[in-house]
Design a protein around this ligand. Structure first.
Ligand code: PEP
Ligand code: MN
Length: 261
């Protein structure tokens, strides 16, 4: 099926390949600034950074929350990149409206229909992650909740599912990438950071996703992954991110696609 083109800030999604990158969590001004500068230099189109983190343990770092709003505004102004961040509660919509360009709905909230309905009432683009136990059908129906409210700016994000396999954190369902392209009009983004859960696997599976038809990537990168407050084990360091960005155009060319300039 033909993919619908939507806009993430001023970046068109659904035709040329785009890359969203940044830290799992925004931790400090120094960490976020360094990361933004690096991903921009390497050609990423959109900056990611978690402010509200849904962690398995309540003892784990929960994100800087509203304490990061000022920092994000400042970094956005300096680097001029659209910004994507996870929204975990409909009450955050009003606060985040003016500086978050794409609302990310996390895997744990794919079935949060109250949140999806509220996002349907806005005109802000939504990146809907697949629930780690969600079928493709349930994922597409979750997307319809947003569209039904009147917001058609929806892209899907495959981020791995839970299977019997335990060697990796999640099983990245590459079938889903090709399936969505063939059977729906939503753009589809590959998050191979969560999809694999292991740094060394992130780039190979990202390249495979590009070959399978993904419209873009969502990648976690950190200046010092060993010290990251969340998901350091799956973050690319700066050299690894740069290598991925160098390899992508060649794979895209092989399947008749192009990286956005
Ligand atoms: C994230 O993007 O950092 C995240 C929490 O992702 P997911 O919802 O896919 O677990
Ligand atoms: Mn993460």
């Amino acid at each position: 099926m033909k993919t619908k083109k939507i806009k993430f800030g001023d970046v068109e999604v659904g035709e040329e390949f785009i890359v969203m990158a940044g830290p799992c969590s925004i931790e400090s001004e120094q960490q976020f600034h360094k990361t933004a500068a690096h991903v921009k230099k390497c050609g990423a189109h959109i900056l990611r950074g978690g402010m509200y983190k849904l962690r398995t343990s309540p003892e784990s770092f929960q994100g800087l929350g509203s304490d990061s709003y000022g920092l994000v505004r400042k970094i956005k102004q300096e680097f001029g990149m659209p910004f994507i961040s996870e929204i975990t509660d409909p009450r955050q919509i009003a606060d985040m409206m003016d500086f978050v360009d794409v609302f990310q709905v996390g895997s744990r909230n794919m079935h949060n229909y109250a949140l999806l309905k509220e996002l349907g009432q806005t005109d802000k683009p939504v990146l809907l992650k697949r629930g780690f136990a969600g079928t493709i059908k349930e994922w597409l129906l979750a997307a319809d909740y947003v569209v039904k409210g009147g917001n058609e700016n929806v892209a899907l994000c495959e981020r791995g599912i839970r299977t019997f396999e335990t060697a990796t954190r999640n099983t990245f369902d590459i079938n889903a990438i090709a399936y969505i392209k063939q059977n729906s009009s939503f753009p589809v983004i590959a998050d191979t950071s969560h999809g694999t859960g292991e740094t060394s696997l992130v780039s190979p599976v990202a390249l495979a996703s590009a070959a399978a038809g993904a419209d873009g990537l969502l990648i976690e990168t950190h200046p010092n992954p060993a010290e990251a407050q969340s998901d350091g084990f799956q973050a690319l360091n700066f050299d690894q991110f740069e290598d991925l960005m160098t390899s992508l155009p060649k794979v895209l060319e092989a399947v008749g696609k192009k990286m956005k300039a």
